[in-house]
Design a protein around this ligand. Structure first.
Ligand SMILES: NC(=O)C1=CN([C@@H]2O[C@H](COP(=O)(O)OP(=O)(O)OC[C@H]3O[C@@H](n4cnc5c(N)ncnc54)[C@H](OP(=O)(O)O)[C@@H]3O)[C@@H](O)[C@H]2O)C=CC1
Ligand SMILES: O=C1O[C@H](COP(=O)(O)O)[C@@H](O)[C@H](O)[C@H]1O
Length: 504
């Protein structure tokens, strides 16, 4: 009897994928996220048969367009996903539009009537997904109005609320938002998007850890020297200065994506591969993360802001960024857990804009053998290298394991070799496709629960507090580098170095 679980829920009749029946109400239906990511994701679910005849989408925004114009916008946004014009037209025919200002309570009765009408037309059986793809200041208002204006059904299998990022800008604002949402929806109805949790190799962390004795047996402070997480971007702030300058890399990338990755790497084995069990282990891990005091926060976190070079403007010269902005575009830090598994094994993290390339990776650095029997000076052998398990998240997907082996020359010399597996990315679903499918299935595994979000903010708030009272010396790194020198010094102080580095 195999010990792995087979998810039969994926398969419907005649080996087709199970059809997910639902009305999807999308707030912010004409926005950037909807047109660039959400419609292509829905289309791919349609192509595969997860969405078929029994679904309808009501898009909303203030702009006054009609159904035909909206369907044209949807068709255009999925055009590069298929050459089959008929398929695209059929898909787009499931989309309807209501001009709607989310702050105007009266409009919700129009939405309710439309939703009820489409429910009958497509036999949606009362299943509803409310996706808020708008600026975060609207999240609470929409959730409240959905509930008070009776858009949630009584007869359906589900009413689910999908919330985009950012979820607050500190613990207090996140708690306030959560209280607003919780007044209308239960925690198990709320799906907080963190698109990193929809990435193939982030989901693979659990398979690598819990599907392989050779890793899980060594996954602790006795065998792992340190873990490094790098989320590097070569792009700058682009058109998002208004949002980004109020956020900075700590809030934009560390509080959510990096803390989620850290929790997947640090958690204990869940009782079962189910959302409740996984979330409960992630929360436990985050709660044992040491929340720094002022001295520790200053010592263990480094911030940076990109300057200019011949071909790049500095951050402060970007459109919409104040010329004296002290917003960080780079963060590096050392995280410490106070628990039995990880005490003494640091997790180093870094993320930034205008770095040497676009790549996301996790490097797990194992301890060297206690005795290096090859290290006799007369043997001429080089010292043993670290064993490193690298999980490549982007742009390539796969992993490699660096081991020491004898080279094939005369004498006895060891050298590092990489055992490597790279995935074929052609058929990998994009994060939003996976995550929307999970919402339709009601699987909360790859979404952030409130206790996780709360713990992550409590950790990050401490760093922010310290930075807010200290004047940074910006700009302090050049575009195309791997951030400020201080990020390398952070590890050098511990007699370590980043596994991925470029020459300065
Ligand atoms: N864009 C991206 O790549 C990413 C975005 N996100 C998150 O997704 C969410 C949406 O972002 P994005 O699509 O970029 O934002 P946009 O500004 O592009 O879109 C906002 C949408 O909301 C509508 N809207 C604004 N005000 C109102 C109102 N009062 N009533 C009704 N509709 C309104 C706009 O249409 P109109 O003005 O006509 O009303 C538009 O459709 C945000 O939370 C963002 O942080 C997260 C990750 C990436
Ligand atoms: O959430 C965000 O993520 C993107 C990076 O996402 P990726 O999938 O391209 O790695 C980042 O550019 C953006 O600032 C941030 O808000």
């Amino acid at each position: 009897m195999p010990l792995y679980l087979v998810n039969n829920d994926e398969i419907g009749v005649n080996d087709l994928p199970k059809e997910r029946r639902a009305l999807i109400m999308l707030f912010g239906g004409t926005g950037d996220l909807a047109t660039r990511k959400l419609y292509p994701a829905l289309f791919n679910l349609y192509k595969k048969g997860n969405l078929r005849d029994h679904f309808a989408v009501i898009g909303t925004a203030r702009n006054k367009i009609n159904d035909a114009e909206f369907q044209e916008l949807v068709a255009k946004s999925v055009a590069k996903e298929s050459d089959d014009k008929k398929l695209i037209a059929n898909f787009a025919s499931h989309f309807y539009y209501e001009a709607h200002d989310v702050t105007d309570v009266k409009h919700y009765s129009v939405l309710r009537e439309k939703a009820d009408e489409l429910d009958k037309k497509y036999d949606l059986q009362g299943n509803r997904v409310f996706y808020i793809s708008m600026a975060p200041n609207f999240f609470g208002t929409v959730a409240k109005n959905l509930k008070t204006q009776n858009l949630l059904t009584e007869n359906g299998e589900f009413n689910r609320l999908v919330i985009e990022k950012p979820f607050g800008r500190d613990y207090e604002s996140a708690k306030q938002l959560n209280d607003e949402l919780s007044a209308s929806f239960d925690e198990n109805q709320i799906f907080r998007i963190d698109h990193y949790l929809g990435k193939e190799m982030i989901q693979n962390i659990e398979a690598i850890r819990f599907g392989n004795t050779i890793f899980e047996a060594l996954w602790n402070n006795r065998y792992i020297d340190n873990i490094q997480i790098t989320l590097a971007e070569d792009l700058g702030v682009e058109e998002r200065a208004g949002y980004y300058d109020n956020s900075g890399a700590l809030r934009d990338m560390v509080q959510n994506h990096i803390m989620q990755i850290v929790s997947l790497l640090a958690m204990e084995q869940p009782v079962a591969f189910k959302d409740v069990d996984i979330r409960s282990e992630k929360v436990k891990a985050l709660r044992s993360l040491r929340v720094y005091d002022v001295v520790e926060a200053s010592a263990n976190f480094v911030r940076g802001q990109y300057g200019s070079d011949n071909s790049n403007k500095s951050y402060r010269e970007e459109d919409g960024v104040p010329a004296d902005s002290n917003t960080e575009t780079f963060v590096a830090g050392k995280l410490l857990f106070d628990n039995y598994r990880w005490s003494g094994t640091p997790f180093y993290i870094r993320t930034g804009k205008k770095l040497a390339g676009k790549f996301t990776r996790v490097d797990v650095v194992f301890k060297k053998p206690l005795v290096d029997i090859f290290a006799f000076p007369q043997s001429g052998s080089t010292p043993l290298n670290d064993n490193v398990l690298t999980i490549f998240v982007e742009p390539n997907q796969g992993f490699s394991l660096r081991v020491n082996a004898k080279n094939n020359e005369q004498g006895f010399h060891t050298e590092p070799v990489d055992l490597e597996y790279m995935e074929d990315q052609k058929n990998t679903p994009q994060p939003y496709e996976r995550l929307i499918h999970d919402v339709l299935k009601g699987d909360g595994t790859n979404f952030s629960s409130w206790p996780e979000v709360a713990s992550a903010w409590k950790f990050v708030d401490q760093i922010r507090r310290v930075w807010d009272i200290q004047q940074p010396n910006f700009p302090n790194y050049i575009p195309g580098s791997m951030g400020p020198v201080a990020a390398d010094e952070l590890l050098a102080r511990d007699h370590r170095q980043w596994v991925y580095k470029i020459n300065r």
